[in-house]
Design a binder for this molecule. Structure first.
Ligand code: S3P
Length: 169
């Protein structure tokens, strides 16, 4: 069994992925961390030095080569939206879209210390950040909605995590 978590930046894919893996006794992989490790570069550095297209090709290459069993995999927010990756994602295992409204995403991203190249320029202006999130989310929801399970991910609690475990089993 493999479970792949998808959703917009800041929706909690990594945090929830680790908890889910622990609860279900599965291994955990964060695709961004994997790529950063292999490339010996942080994701912002990778975007800056090699460009987004290079990063997207790495995501697709990794997904097309993955043949593991027994993993929870947290993907980057853009992974499902390029190179027909949703087909690859759904062939690897059960995909879960962690859905969250744009106001909450904005607040969580403003609070986050993690550097994200696509939104870094907007982080000092709440209104511009909100507009950018809306724009990106509109373009991405069609891909996210191809997930096997759509799970509303705000206010995560132990009970809600248990619900998710039941849904993916
Ligand atoms: C991206 C999301 C990031 C990371 C990269 C691009 C995106 O991952 O892959 O900065 O296009 O939404 P998180 O969703 O974990 O922030």
């Amino acid at each position: 069994m493999n479970i792949l978590l998808i959703g917009f930046m800041g929706c909690g894919k990594t945090t929830l992925g680790k908890k889910l893996a622990m609860k279900m006794d599965l291994n955990f992989i964060d695709l961004d961390e994997m790529i950063a490790e292999v490339e010996q570069m942080s994701i912002p550095e990778l975007f800056k030095c090699k460009g987004e297209k290079y990063f997207r090709a790495l995501e697709t290459e990794w997904l097309s080569r993955f043949d593991g069993e027994g993993y929870v995999i947290s993907l980057g927010g853009g992974s499902p939206c390029f190179n027909e990756n949703m087909k690859l994602i759904n062939s690897i295992g059960t995909s879960v879209y962690l859905q969250m409204n744009s106001d909450l995403l904005r607040d969580r991203l403003l609070d986050s210390k993690q550097k994200r190249p696509l939104i870094e320029a907007f982080k000092n202006d709440k209104t511009k950040l909100a507009l950018e999130i809306d724009k990106l989310l509109k373009g991405r929801e069609g891909f996210y909605n191809k997930a096997n399970i759509i799970f509303e991910a705000s206010n995560m609690s132990d009970t809600k995590l248990d619900c998710l475990v039941k849904l993916v089993m």
